[in-house]
Write a protein that binds this ligand. Structure first.
Ligand code: SF4
Ligand code: SF4
Length: 128
């Protein structure tokens, strides 16, 4: 059953619903952000783009990222909600359908540990 779930996930063949647990925003790692996303976020927060960049953006391996500590929750997670939700970066909008997850069985299993939406989907399938 677990292999079937993994294969279905790889094919994008799951009915995933986000349960808004915020756990993906607390996982280790960087949040990449593009120039146009920075522009949209700064506009949404009503701050000057250059000030936003200075305060919140770092370059990590040639990518622009929020300058959080990778061991800490995302700096935009407030009271378990994303405070830039309508303009959150693509990386956040596309989770958990990342190629880096889909091609790695261990990462799929790891995601089952923290993503409540995926966990519910897995449990639903397990009951069949
Ligand atoms: S930007 Fe929002 S959705 Fe993305 S990791 Fe941060 S809090 Fe979560
Ligand atoms: S971990 Fe999964 S269910 Fe929780 S907020 Fe992130 S995508 Fe939604």
């Amino acid at each position: 059953m677990f292999d079937k779930f993994i294969n279905n996930f790889k094919k994008g063949d799951i009915d995933f619903n986000c349960e808004s647990c915020g756990n993906c925003c607390r996982e280790k790692g960087f949040v990449e952000v593009s120039d146009s996303e920075i522009k949209d976020i700064a506009k949404y927060l009503a701050v000057i783009r250059t000030h936003f960049i200075k305060k919140h953006i770092n370059e990590v391996r040639d990518k622009l990222c929020f300058n959080e500590h990778p061991e800490e929750p995302c700096k935009f997670l407030k009271d378990n909600s994303c405070n830039i939700y309508p303009v959150r970066p693509k990386q956040c909008r596309t989770f958990p359908y990342w190629r880096s997850i889909a091609r790695n069985d261990d990462r799929i299993k790891e995601m089952l540990r923290y993503c409540e939406g995926i966990k519910i989907e897995w449990l639903k399938k397990e009951e069949i």
